[in-house]
Design a protein around this ligand. Structure first.
Ligand code: T3D
Length: 263
């Protein structure tokens, strides 16, 4: 496949997707979405990757939709944004959330509009200190999409979500951490090595267990306590029969480091 607008690699249990339109701050085009879909399908069907990295090439993570695709000449009908969301952004967010492996987003620079919310759709978000997050939608008369209206209030509460969505202010990586929007922010010089350390750790972790953690945590906001306790029971029952659980217990008792196979 042609991968010009994204780069995809997979080795050593780590799949990597790099948004690759640096001259347009990695903003989304229809073609980039198609390439992303194809890469994500490879991750999902390959069965080798135990962690997925999503990051951006150049000085930005992603500036959301490419707005040069959205200019409307007088007398012309505008693009149906609902169709764009339905065909591109909605499946992208759902795929990231449903992949049965951890998805790490390494936010290397500005993340704006859908770019910010695609980052928030990932399971663990690490950002360079110079990165920032902007809910840019309000500046062009739109609503936060790609899950923004779902993620923001859950992560930072309604008051902050409302301010972020209605004002479109830039949130620094440091502030994003202190508000609970993302996991971690590291100095730019340490960003690559910290990200690699995180990927290596996750690639050697008990993958089935992490998939179950992901499923349980994302289910919790829609569940009652009783439903969540039932889900925990069911997941624990299933994991209790896994090779990784057996290995984890054996390694603990033998006082050695575990060697998880991800099964
Ligand atoms: O349409 C649908 O399908 C519905 C879905 C919508 C989802 C969305 O994401 S809507 C929101 C779209 N995104 C934005 O509104 C963000 C627009 N960009 C910005 O606000 C700023 O560029 C940034 C805050 C992200 C970065 O600012 P700065 O000062 O660091 O860079 P810059 O100079 O603005 O941008 C550098 C270049 O990238 C520039 O081009 P030039 O002048 O060098 O030729 C700029 O026009 C271009 N660029 C940045 N963002 C976009 C873009 N070109 C097209 N689309 C962009 N989104």
């Amino acid at each position: 496949m042609s991968e010009e607008q994204i780069r995809y690699e997979s080795s050593g249990g780590i799949a990597r997707i790099t948004l690759n339109r640096p001259e347009r701050l990695n903003s989304f085009t229809t073609r980039m979405h198609a390439e992303l879909r194809e890469a994500l399908a490879r991750v999902a069907s390959g069965g080798e990757a135990r962690v997925l990295l999503v990051t951006g090439q150049g000085r930005a993570f992603c500036a959301g939709q490419d707005l040069s695709d959205r200019a409307v000449a007088p007398g012309e009908a505008p693009v149906d944004l609902g169709t764009s969301i339905e065909e591109n952004y909605r499946p992208l967010v759902l795929t990231l959330r449903e992949l049965p492996i951890p998805v790490v987003c390494a936010v290397n620079g500005v993340a704006a509009g859908a770019g910010a919310n695609i980052a928030l759709a990932c399971d663990i978000v690490i950002a360079a200190r110079s990165a920032s997050f902007i809910q840019a939608f309000c500046k062009i008369g739109l609503v936060p999409d790609s899950g923004g209206t779902f993620f923001l209030p859950r992560l930072v509460g309604t008051a902050r979500a409302m301010g972020l969505a209605m004002l479109g202010d830039k949130v620094t990586a440091e502030q994003a951490v202190s508000w609970g929007l993302i996991w971690k922010c590291v100095d730019d010089v340490d960003f690559a090595s910290t990200t690699e350390g995180l990927l290596a750790q996750l690639a050697q972790a008990p993958t089935r267990g992490l998939a179950a953690i992901k499923r349980a945590l994302y289910a919790s906001s829609g569940n009652t306590l009783a439903q969540q306790l039932d889900l925990e029971r069911d997941l624990q029952r299933e994991l209790g029969y896994s090779a990784d659980y057996r290995e984890g217990v054996a390694a603990f008792l033998e006082k050695r480091a575990p060697r998880f196979a991800g099964r």
